[in-house]
Design a protein around this ligand. Structure first.
Ligand SMILES: Nc1nc2c(ncn2[C@@H]2O[C@H](COP(=O)(O)OP(=O)(O)OP(=O)(O)O)[C@@H](O)[C@H]2O)c(=O)[nH]1
Ligand SMILES: [Mg+2]
Length: 395
């Protein structure tokens, strides 16, 4: 499941952009990340190419005025180090590509495939992703900023659900290109009903028909393509199997084609903006989702208390806290004689070591935060409204 990291790249918060605001954060030039799958897409599902509809929106709507403020000040700026900034070549494109869909549709799997490494955790359970996760795909002529989002649920059951939906809405509001993704094998029409915008479309929009490998029936896939192509809010339909990398190159090319003109927004060698400890916490959360049943994974939040790199042959020391909602869940997480915790620690440690490329000593403690999913202060304190939060929560 886990994609290997193909190259060392920047993960940390290297950007000058937060929230919806844009700034030019050009950094030294970099290599083209062209390690995507070679699969020749849609034909894997059906013989002829589908209609890759043009909407004429690309091209002229670049970022006005971003470069116009340099003016007089440039000459008096002191040298502050770093590589010389290279101007973007003419015709450089950039923008935000939001991936939105119902829980479990395959958003994170697609995002990981496009980026070429495992940025977002993936499990067989719905509502795995809780934050907007940002992944960056750059080459000399473009920069595509992908936003993986939490699944859009039909109902909000608690304040955490509210925060998750808010992050989907924010991602959509910031998007220059929008991908709606539906599971072709599981009520695709119903899924679309819950997603379809009321007021038509605002930006180039494609419907991604995922999990085509589970359909197996060419006629059915054609029928779905035809239906979604007839929707006003959809410019193109892209059939894929994200888990097999089939069709995902088409997705990348479609996004690139429809990105507006714009400057480099993040350092070209960055692949995300989240701090390393965010990914470490996500790895532990993924293992919790895979190991524990029913409500337990959903009642759990992970916080990395500290991560210390130690000299010499010593392993990195990572102290993590797992917050649960009720005292009874502590026993479930720990298990008889600590057996469940042992299993959790060792599976999480193995993936953290792969991610960091270093040996790690992982210490996990379990804490109770009564009803944290319904409590504004706990949600903020545990970093649910800001995945890049670094201050330690009060326990
Ligand atoms: N057969 C098949 N399974 C897929 C495909 N894409 C994703 N999956 C599986 O579907 C499940 C959910 O995938 P995710 O990528 O976590 O889905 P998601 O939309 O991010 O889910 P949430 O974060 O919970 O909203 C996982 O078990 C994936 O392996 C696909 O193309 N074919
Ligand atoms: Mg996800």
């Amino acid at each position: 499941m886990a994609a290997a990291r193909p190259r060392r790249a920047r993960w940390g918060p290297t950007t000058t952009r937060r929230g919806g605001e844009r700034r030019d954060a050009r950094a030294g030039a970099n290599e083209i990340d062209d390690d995507g799958p070679d699969a020749d897409l849609a034909d894997a599902f059906f013989g002829e190419g589908f209609d890759e509809d043009e909407d004429g929106e690309d091209g002229e709507d670049g970022e006005d005025g971003e470069d116009g403020e340099d003016g007089e000040d440039v000459e008096v700026l002191p040298y502050i180090g770093g590589e010389l900034l290279r101007p973007d070549p003419p015709g450089h494109k950039s923008g935000y590509v939001a991936i939105v869909g119902r829980p479990n549709a395959g958003k994170s799997t697609l995002m990981n495939d496009l980026i070429g490494t495992k940025l977002s955790i993936v499990t067989f359970k719905p509502q795995t992703t809780r934050h907007r996760i940002l992944g960056i795909l750059s080459d000399d002529d473009s920069q595509m900023v992908l936003l993986d989002t939490p699944g859009v649920m039909m109902e909000e059951f608690n304040k955490l659900d509210g925060i998750m939906l808010k992050s989907v809405r924010n991602s959509m509001a910031n998007a220059d290109v929008l991908f709606y993704i539906v599971d072709a094998a599981r009520d695709p029409y119903g899924a679309w009903e819950g997603l379809a915008p009321k007021k038509g479309k605002r930006v180039p929009t494609a419907l991604i028909l995922n999990k085509c490998d589970l359909v197996g029936d060419r006629e059915r896939i054609m029928e779905l393509i035809e239906y979604f192509e007839s929707q006003d809010a959809v410019d193109s339909v892209l059939p894929i199997s994200a888990v097999n990398s089939t069709g995902t190159r088409n997705v990348r090319e479609w996004a690139l084609e429809h990105l507006p003109l714009g400057p480099t927004l993040y350092p070209k060698d960055a692949i995300s903006e989240h701090p390393e400890r965010f990914f470490i916490a996500e790895i532990i959360r993924e293992k919790i989702f895979l190991q524990y049943k029913q409500e337990v994974p959903y009642s759990t939040q992970v916080w990395i208390e500290s991560h210390t790199e130690r000299d010499g042959a010593k392993k990195d020391l990572i102290l993590a806290k797992v917050f649960v909602e009720r005292q009874s869940q502590v026993g479930i997480i720990v298990g008889q004689g600590g057996s469940a915790m042992k299993k959790l620690s060792s599976s999480a440690r193995a993936d953290i070591e792969k991610f960091l490329d270093r040996p790690v000593f992982l210490d996990i403690q379990v804490k109770v935060r009564d009803g944290w999913r319904q409590d504004d202060r706990s949600l903020e304190d545990l970093g649910l409204d800001d995945p890049n939060r670094l201050e330690t929560p009060l326990t």
